[in-house]
Design a protein around this ligand. Structure first.
Ligand SMILES: Cc1cc2nc3c(=O)[nH]c(=O)nc-3n(C[C@H](O)[C@H](O)[C@H](O)COP(=O)(O)O)c2cc1C
Ligand SMILES: [Fe+2]
Ligand SMILES: [Fe+2]
Length: 404
């Protein structure tokens, strides 16, 4: 895709990665983009670079606007590989450019490149850079989602460059929210925002709230939010700010996710009446078998629902490995404001359901106990008990949800 002007004199010069399906372990069924931006002013300024294997594409896009050797400043908002690993290619074309980067970013980037011949200036929150008619203001956003992360705000154009925050893994021929909502749908865009938040940003909810408040208190009103992945928010940047605020405040659907795995389908057989019980209380319910579902999708569905039931057979006294993997993954994301319970089939001593509860409590999540455990195959009576378990869990989810 060619350069696209997002505001007078400010161009998207990134690359669309239509083919990536595994983004450091997350499934990206729609691919992604690596967005970077070129500001044409007295001092031509590039905001971020792209993943190294897309450097040629980005350089071609820059060259369509201006000779890259004329770049005077390069702002690096985040040093992760997908945004900073073609910095050497840019610096080879514009060796006299000055790099603006946070202190932690500077230390990190030195692990990737020999920077001895590069001019680097470290910046912190509130620092500004005048590039001609425009002034750029920097705002550090540590741990959103890396220690070095920062936003760059163009005051005159009211464009906020936010690196990964507010991004989505969407490869598309469209660049803007309004275009994408027409070509695809608003629902798909929202789902991609939730997917990104759930898998990458879930641990940082409090920080997100603080940063949004800081952006507002500093008057960094954004007419355009330009992230480093996916669609640029120009029609309704407030929408994604509200979505982040809501998710950071614990917003979830009044629904239950059943997330399970099974060896011989007994735990799976239990999930059917449990789901019916949940439905009988009027709640939406989605059922996710872990080995049939990419991890990042299971995490997204967990995050969307107010309640989750974990189903696992016992294998060698403990949780089934795919269930343990899921719970370990979720624990790292430090979820809050979700109600949990567990069920499963076992043969002799059992152990999986107990361990599932231990894991949920270790995460600080509220639990509904006891869960339900059934030896080998569930009988019709067991299925009736599973139905009642589903009903009772759903009622408690409704009660818990009322607190939000
Ligand atoms: C390799 C293997 C190891 C197992 N280890 C245990 C165990 O340590 N404790 C236990 O209670 N059941 C154990 N079981 C029995 C299963 O938990 C039981 O077959 C259960 O019904 C399987 O549920 P599923 O059909 O949902 O996979 C084991 C089964 C297999 C195949
Ligand atoms: Fe990142
Ligand atoms: Fe990224």
């Amino acid at each position: 895709m060619k350069a696209v002007e997002i505001k007078d004199g400010i161009f998207w010069v990134g690359a669309v990665d239509w083919a990536v399906r595994d983004f450091h372990g997350y499934v990206t069924p729609r691919g992604t983009t690596y967005n970077n931006y070129l500001i044409m002013d007295e001092e031509i300024t590039l905001i971020d670079t792209v993943k190294y294997d897309f450097a040629d594409l980005a350089i071609k896009n820059i060259s369509g606007v201006v000779d890259p050797s004329r770049i005077k400043n390069v702002v690096i908002n985040h040093i992760e590989n997908d945004h900073a690993t073609s910095l050497d290619r840019i610096m080879a074309l514009a060796p006299n450019a000055t790099i603006y980067i946070s202190e932690k970013g500077k230390k990190g980037i030195e692990r990737f490149f020999d920077t001895s011949n590069w001019t680097m200036k470290t910046v912190k929150s509130g620092d500004t850079l005048t590039i001609g008619k425009r002034t750029l203001e920097f705002l550090e956003t540590p741990m959103l989602h890396w220690p070095d992360s920062m936003f760059t705000y163009c005051r005159e154009d009211k464009v906020l460059f936010t690196q990964d925050a507010f991004g989505q893994h969407i490869a598309s021929a469209t660049r803007f929210d309004d275009e994408f909502e027409k070509s695809d749908s608003a629902a798909e865009l929202e789902d991609s925002v939730i997917d990104y938040y759930a898998n990458i940003l879930m641990p940082f909810g409090q920080m997100i709230k603080n940063k949004i408040a800081e952006v507002q208190s500093k008057g960094l009103a954004a007419e355009i939010i330009a992230p480093d992945h996916g669609i640029i928010w120009r029609q309704n940047p407030q929408k994604v700010l509200d979505m982040y605020q809501d998710m950071a405040n614990g917003k979830a659907r009044l629904a239950v996710a059943i997330i399970y795995d099974t060896m011989w389908q007994s735990t799976e057989k239990m999930s059917v009446p449990i789901a019916e019980g949940i439905r009988a209380e009027g709640l939406d319910c989605r059922v996710i078998k872990l080995r049939a579902t990419p991890m990042s999708v299971a995490i997204k569905e967990f995050w969307k629902c107010r309640g989750t039931l974990i189903g696992s057979p016992t294998l060698n006294n403990i949780l089934y490995p795919s269930v343990a993997e899921f719970l370990t993954h979720v624990r790292g994301l430090r979820p809050k404001n979700r109600l949990t319970g567990a069920f499963g089939s076992y043969g002799w001593g059992g152990g999986a359901v107990k361990e599932a509860y231990e894991e949920c409590k270790r995460m600080g999540l509220q639990t509904v106990e006891p869960g339900i455990q059934i030896p080998y195959r569930p009988s019709p009576d067991d299925e009736a008990a599973c139905f009642e378990f589903g009903r009772s869990f759903a009622r408690q989810v409704i009660e818990y949800h009322a607190g939000f």
